[in-house]
Design a binder for this molecule. Structure first.
Ligand code: AVJ
Length: 333
């Protein structure tokens, strides 16, 4: 029970975060097509709904990734030899333990740094990890992986991980820039383990985002609850229908909310007064599906190279172990 040290701090002041939310919502809901950043799914209720998704029969991603990770954590740690684990978008942090245990077994575990948008989830997981791993120093940074990476500080003997296929939420055109910024927080020899959902049968993909129990639908509508809570909006989430489909040309799942009737919505915190016609849609998420080839293409010039590619027997999901190269050729801004 002898707990290690832990602390949580915001990457930027809370009023700056609130201003960013208002700006992003204003930009997204006045754009055509309308859209919202998917990081706003994850308030406490959204985090619980996502945890419920991970246990659905249709949502193969989490259990498959966990199986791969359990099999390869030791090899990843032996390859990178890290003293510090950094997790981007850590959420409830379950898979973090597998990696920390492998680092502890190698006798090199010192620090763990978690970056997540949900401060409560960070409080919970940092406290739990500090008590489970004696002597471990755990640091939580409340922020998002697109804007707050520099809050992670410099690398060195660092293994960074970005699991669950969350990189799929980033538009492929923005992935090389994102990877370059990740590389900038790493030193040569450091590792970056990335979870990727793979291209597969369309029915299997679509079922994973439109489950029979309706949990994903409720998760999707939760983003409207978040705008109600944080911006004083008066969305009626029940007046929006869950839409999820695979766009083969882009190789991504797209989730939308579709107005089921005409309605007016006020979003005072973003200064908006919106009119929706029946059938009007808001895009709430893209979740890109990769192949080894399509992902490797995005690595060029990022300062990261593919060291290992791990997958399950059915090739549903992959873990790509990237290594920080000594000579990046630009692309890290
Ligand atoms: C947590 C971003 C990996 O894209 O599959 C689950 C989120 N959205 N069901 C994903 C999600 C709908 C999930 N990630």
């Amino acid at each position: 029970m002898a707990g290690g040290l832990y602390r949580v701090e915001p990457a930027r002041a809370h009023d700056a975060q609130a201003a960013r939310l208002a700006d992003e919502v204003r930009a997204g809901l006045t754009a055509r097509p309308r859209w919202l950043p998917s990081k706003y799914f994850y308030d406490d209720r959204g985090g619980r709904l996502f945890d419920a998704i991970t246990r659905l029969p249709e949502y193969y991603q989490t259990r498959t990734e966990e199986r791969i990770l359990a099999a390869v954590a030791g090899e990843v740690v032996a390859h990178v030899r890290p003293v510090e684990l950094v997790e981007l978008g850590s959420g409830s942090g379950r898979k973090t333990r597998l990696l920390l245990a492998a680092m502890a077994a190698a006798g090199r575990l010192e620090r763990c740094l978690l970056l997540d948008v949900n401060a409560h989830a960070l409080q919970e997981s940092t406290r739990a990890l500090a008590s489970e791993f004696p002597g471990l120093s755990v640091h939580g940074v409340e922020g998002d992986f697109l804007d707050d990476l520099t809050g992670l500080g410099p690398g060195g003997s660092r293994l960074a991980v970005f699991l669950a296929g969350t990189i799929g939420n980033i538009h492929p055109a923005d992935v090389p820039g994102f990877l370059g910024r990740c590389a900038a927080q790493l030193e040569p020899g450091d590792g970056f383990l990335v979870g990727l959902d793979l291209v597969k049968d369309v029915r299997r993909l679509e079922a994973a985002y439109d489950d029979a129990a309706g949990v994903t639908a409720e998760f999707n509508r939760n983003i409207l609850h978040v705008l109600n809570d944080r911006l004083g909006a008066d969305f009626d989430p029940g007046a929006f229908e869950h839409v999820a489909f695979y766009d083969a040309a882009h190789a991504w799942i797209e989730m939308r909310l579709r107005a089921s009737r005409a309605q007016r919505v006020r979003v005072p915190g973003a200064g908006l007064d919106l009119a929706f016609a029946p059938g009007d849609e808001i895009r709430t998420e893209i979740s890109c599906k990769y192949t080894r080839e399509s992902f490797e293409t995005l690595l060029a010039g990022t300062g990261l190279g593919l060291d290992r590619w791990y997958t399950d027997p059915e090739a549903l999901f992959a873990l790509a172990l990237l290594g920080r190269r000594a000579t990046p050729r630009g692309g890290n801004r």
